[in-house]
Design a binder for this molecule. Sequence first.
Ligand code: PLP
Length: 379
Amino acid sequence: MRLMIEPFKKPIYVTRPFLPPLEEFCQGLEEIWETRWLTNNGPILRRFTQKLCDFFETDNICLFNNGTLALQIALQGMGISGEVITTPFTFVATINALFWNKIKPVFVDIEPEFYTIDPEKVEAAITPRTTAILAVHVYGYPCKLNVLANIARRHNIKLIYDAAHAFGVNVGNKSIAHCGDLSMLSFHATKPFHSLEGGLLIFKEPGLKGTFDYLKNFGFKNELEVVIPGTNAKMNEMQALMGIKVIKYFEEVIRKRAVITDLYRWRLKEIPGIHLLPALPSEIRYNYAYMPIEVDEQEFGMSRDGLYENLKQYNVYARRYFYPLICDYACYRNISVKDPLTVARRVASRILTLPIYDSLALSDSERICEIIAALTTRS
Ligand SMILES: Cc1ncc(COP(=O)(O)O)c(C=O)c1O
């Protein structure tokens, strides 16, 4: 195939982790080498925990070695069972956390605007077996917070948020992680804020902290007592150190991502068949975690998969987040789904997330837009 625009010399992946200056990380390593305290609630983890308490203005937090185990432990510690209403348009870990707790996921459709769970569908799916709603702030876009809170209150069920994508997203001047009974955030390396890997729970009920602490540390209450069969989901000192070093640069990372997003949106809105999400309401402070587009095959002249494959020829590796829907994975296909999932199916077949990270040059995002424009047969 003859390429119309020069391909990138090096691959451009969908994301690239932010790293703090090496000297700053090495300074922290010196402390670890001195103390030889590598894990088990070390001094750096305690400092990181305090920083996060200040950041979120609450003591009701608990740190984990990743977001998946954090969510799994959250469900266990809160005693969630039976059926949980959730979305099929998410990363598989959301649903795996239910599976590990022997909870049945009840999949309902999403809204077309921001791809978050449709509250009307949630309410219609509630049965006497429903114990919770597990909603996802997909790409960091807020769910319908008030409507969901109302439904949960009226039906006396828990409202849990998978906020894996939502570190740094604020509603008014408050973190979105304060919404619902509990939120889980992921600090995976691919996120705008990370601690190599990591996870955080933020919750309303202060009593949960003790339970989560036991569950992530084998169930130990003290040297001699195991009060619950827990697992090992502790964050270690290296992770905490990375978290402390990265958080210092978080606002700068967000600013850079915002500029790249603006450029993408400005350049892509002209291309027929490339659909962007609407602007967020002014009270939302976004974190620019992802750059999703929808590809309309008729208007663009090429399918989403066609665009995805063609971008690779230019050394651009976009991702089909989230496709397939979770209920279509082989291991979940046997779960009966009553909702036709009309919107989720349409979005999953059209969605593509473009490269975005703080160190992506503006000229590179501009070139990605030029490539997309050159690939349409409709201009
Ligand atoms: C929506 C969602 N939930 C859960 C997770 C799991 O988080 P982690 O990778 O920290 O285990 C991810 C992963 O990135 C995610 O995207």
